[in-house]
Design a binder for this molecule. Structure first.
Ligand code: NAD
Length: 291
């Protein structure tokens, strides 16, 4: 079994981007600029958004974190988005999800200028992704594809089973894996909470992408020898022996799967860091297009 090391790969990508940024600055250009809007006080969201800001600082991007009270109205948030859409010195921005429940998430995401939508969530960018046109790909599935590419995992003609059909992971990764690209060209089965006999499907899979948010859901008896396993899940479980007070679990029973898998992503240190790397790649792409 080999580890698909997302932490190392994302560091490689960050180093590559940092070199490009240094070149831009040497020529007198402004640095690429990414902003993030965080509404409310959710601890996990704050951790994610802070790691995105830290990653920007490390590679020489300018970053702006906009923190808003959970009590602001939808109109106030839309005004904030409008300001970012019209800021000529901003290349991209994200709205950290989930939003508090009184917001209409679709309405908010649809208000983002598709040309600054570096999370790749706007319907126009999703449409382009489906049509295999150049666009910002959603960060987590893009990170998974990049990881498969850099480890030269063969996907063409393979059977890929995706568990979970969310808009941000399961659905887009199923599209990307089936597209006529490399990686891609897989035969994809998209499964979800209504799927019957999931184990029958996972036992046939050459590649499994697990994104359902249930700790250690995929167990050793559900997979065949040699399977490639991509674990997207992140569940915080209280653990007083940890300084943070919790331990992170993936959707995969790592010890059981490690015995059978040919490749596997760890949690933490797998898909998570690749998501951030993709966001930075999209921001650099936006910068280049705008300049
Ligand atoms: P979600 O929470 O929106 O939806 C869960 C999906 O799982 C649904 O589509 C549901 O149909 C499916 N599901 C539930 N029970 C199932 C079952 N028994 N069998 C098959 N499918 C089932 O999904 P999400 O937002 O993609 O999040 C999934 C996990 O991935 C969460 O733990 C989240 O924290 C994590 N995540 C990680 C990253 C990262 O960068 N590593 C990014 C996004 C999400």
């Amino acid at each position: 079994m080999k580890i698909l090391d997302g932490k190392k790969t994302s560091n490689d990508i960050k180093n590559e981007i940092a070199i490009e940024v240094a070149e831009i600055l040497k020529k007198g250009g402004r640095p690429p600029h990414l902003a993030a809007i965080l509404v409310g006080e959710d601890g996990a969201s704050l951790t994610y958004v802070n790691s995105k800001v830290k990653a920007c600082q490390r590679i020489g991007f300018e970053s702006t974190l906009i923190r808003l009270s959970k009590d602001i109205s939808e109109d106030e948030l839309l005004e904030e988005i409008d300001k970012l859409n019209n800021d000529p010195d901003l290349d991209g921005f994200i709205i950290q999800l989930p939003l508090p429940s009184h917001f209409n998430e679709n309405k908010i995401l649809n208000a983002v200028d598709p040309n600054k939508d570096v999370d790749g969530f706007h319907p126009s960018n999703v449409g382009k992704m489906v049509l295999n046109q150049p666009t910002f790909l959603p960060a987590t599935p893009m990170g998974i594809m990049e990881l498969l590419k850099r480890y030269q995992i063969e996907t063409s003609g393979k059977h890929c089973v995706v568990i979970g059909r969310s808009h941000i992971v399961g659905s887009p990764i199923s599209i990307l894996m089936a597209r006529n690209t490399n990686p891609g060209n897989a035969t994809v089965t998209l499964t979800h909470s209504r799927t019957k006999n999931l184990k029958e499907l996972t036992l046939q899979a050459d590649i499994i992408v697990v994104a359902l948010g249930k700790a250690e859901f995929l167990t050793g008896d559900m997979v065949k020898e040699g399977v490639v396993v991509i674990d997207v899940g992140i569940t915080r479980v209280a653990d007083q022996s940890k300084k943070s007070g919790f331990k992170l679990y993936g959707d995969v029973h790592f010890d059981e799967l490690a015995e059978k898998a040919s490749y596997i992503t760890p949690v933490p240190g797998g898909v998570g860091p690749m998501t951030i790397a993709s966001l930075l790649m999209n921001t650099l792409q936006s910068y280049k297009t705008r300049n």
